[in-house]
Design a protein around this ligand. Structure first.
Ligand code: NAP
Length: 306
């Protein structure tokens, strides 16, 4: 590695925020954020990279409002499709490593079983199309890159399903949750930890970088559930701590919960490649969930003591 500088795009996002902390001991970390760096203004991306000259670039910034993307396709494409290609060009120019995050939503969800990295994408919504365009732009540029494909991201902060459920559980006695979409809820903390583990290997003096292993690698928690199953687990585990009664939970079908953007029914991603290349075995979604709830509880009890 020519220097120890790591540049993270998307400082305040779910994954970006965790990365800042998990990568702190790996190098000199700088994290930048919108609107200082605006992916719809390519020159702001180039200027950041040229200023910091990082050895590693991590793109955790994205347009993630899946339903809103249906009515803002150009903006979503600029941020998710064009921006990553520009970062890839800058990374290649510097001879630096690029780590980027992709999504289960590049698939149509019709496969029986878990998707592998070589399966043909076929996104069913604008967000998925724009993310796929970003993956393809990075691959077209070439250079040293890793596209980590994850799913159903949640954490102790940010906009996510877990925090929405905890809020709704206090407000309502009954919740109707989609039960026929299957995937693996993956915590932002686990994504950042796995990214740190990968970088630790690649940046080691004898690590040799990616060395021809550039490409896509799935990165999700182990196991699978539905949104209904996830809601049931998180509310059951946290009800006593937060002093609410678990609402009556009713599994419903996707057709009973119309949303602007279509969702794939099957979001399962196989993480065999991650295990083969990097020796990383991700925790079960249940274990990762317990850990995130513990973090939230610790924060809540500290607040009470103040
Ligand atoms: N969330 C999921 O369920 C999910 C699932 C699969 C894959 N992923 C992928 O995982 C990665 C991280 O997702 P996340 O959940 O951490 O996202 P997030 O919490 O929504 O954070 C996205 C970040 O991108 C920034 N951003 C938005 N518009 C921007 C622009 N025009 N220019 C520059 N930055 C901009 C946001 O800034 P502001 O906060 O200021 O808007 C925020 O820091 C993304 O690549 C996402 O596609 C996410």
């Amino acid at each position: 590695m020519q220097n120890n500088r790591i540049l993270i795009f998307g400082r305040m996002g779910q994954v970006g925020w965790e990365l800042r902390h998990k990568l702190a001991c790996l190098g000199q970390v700088t994290a930048v954020e919108y609107p200082e760096i605006d992916f719809s203004k390519p020159d702001s991306i180039r200027a950041a990279v040229r200023t910091f000259q990082p050895a590693v670039l991590i793109n955790a910034a994205a347009y993630t409002a899946v339903d809103q993307a249906e009515s803002e396709p150009e903006l979503a494409m600029a941020i998710n499709g064009t921006g990553p290609g520009i970062i890839a060009e800058e990374a290649k120019r510097l001879g630096s490593l690029l780590v980027h995050y992709s999504t289960d939503y590049v698939f149509d969800g019709t496969k029986q079983g878990a998707y592998v990295e070589t399966d043909a994408p076929n996104p069913v919504n604008i967000y998925g199309k724009t993310k796929l365009a970003g993956d393809e732009a990075i691959q077209a540029v070439g250079g040293e890159f890793l596209i980590l494909r994850t799913s159903w991201v949640y954490g102790a902060r940010g906009n996510n399903f877990l925090l929405t459920m905890l809020r709704l559980a206090r407000e309502r006695s009954e919740l109707r949750i989609v039960g026929d979409q299957i995937g693996a809820p993956t915590s932002s903390e686990c994504i950042a930890q796995a990214t740190a583990d990968i970088l630790t290997q690649l940046l080691a003096p004898d690590g040799g970088g990616l060395n021809g292993r550039s490409g896509i690698c799935n990165l999700t928690s182990a196991g699978e559930t539905s949104w209904y199953g996830f809601a049931k687990a998180l509310l059951t585990q946290s009800a006593a701590t937060y002093g609410f009664s678990v609402p009556n939970l009713i599994p419903i079908s996707t057709s009973e919960y119309p949303q602007p953007a279509k969702r794939p029914a099957n979001s399962r991603l196989s993480c065999q490649r991650l295990a083969q290349i990097f020796g990383i075995i991700m925790p079960s979604w249940e274990d990762a969930l317990s850990r995130v709830l513990e973090t939230l509880t610790e924060g809540a009890s500290r607040d009470e003591q103040r």
